[in-house]
Design a protein around this ligand. Sequence first.
Ligand code: CP
Length: 304
Amino acid sequence: MFDKKDFLLLMDYSPEEIAALLELAGELKAKKRARAPHALLPGKTLGMIFEKSSTRTRVSFEVGMADLGGHALLLSPHDMQLGRGESIEDTARVLSRYLDGIMIRTFEQEKAEKLAKWSSIPVINGLTDYAHPCQIVADLLTIKEHRGRLAGLTLCYVGDGFNVANSLIAGCVKMGMRVRMACPSGYFPDPDLMAWAAREGDFLCTPDVLAAAAGADVLYTDVWASMGQDDEVEARRRAFAGYQIDQSVVATAAPGCMVLHDLPAHKGEEIDFDVFEAHADEIFDQAENRLHAQKAILVKLMGK
Ligand code: CP
């Protein structure tokens, strides 16, 4: 089990492999909480390439490597020759001589795939325009902690069919959850992924928020305009008006439903301020779990 070199897409991982990640993440979380030593990657170094901003991913990978007895190195493209045109192929081969793993946050999924292809060390996708798999491992861990299971639960995502939505579809369907997506026309998730989800699981994507939210155990949203879409903010405000998790959506979901947000949040846009605060414990558990989930990914990939 877990013979993969890289962590680029949840689609590449079996339900058993995702379950094993969640199990290990839970164990590492218990050790961290008990302040018990868990230096499982002594002397190992992770390079972190960030072509987009980050709070959670940056801090949780760096703290995670320190917890595991290793070290993380921030590699800003502005300070690297990569930012001046050195090729991904050569950067990958050079970094493979110094480091034990690379985390990359970038725009094109193809760039992360190319980095992985040319690296002899593990490459972790810390977000691309197509996928955010580390986020979804943390999300699944949070749902499992709060609900005790994943299979059979219904998750409803409200908002943009972008990277988080794509990875949610892959992760939740693989773990036996029902998935409902409420996205405006023109902002649906990847059509191939939706076709796969409809074949493999119980999946629906609709522009109708209340129809999607009916009976949901977990409501989830993300910002209307992601990084790199700054010139679309006004157009997106118009397109996404009404795609907000507010009291009416919560009332349509199952009684006592969870509400999740991968953060940062734009309260008053994709989520109502009071709904956010009422579910802040779940949302910040979710943020905390980025640390534990990513430590599990690092150990599985770099601990060999
Ligand atoms: N959710 C998430 O990836 O947060 P950051 O952009 O702060 O890393």
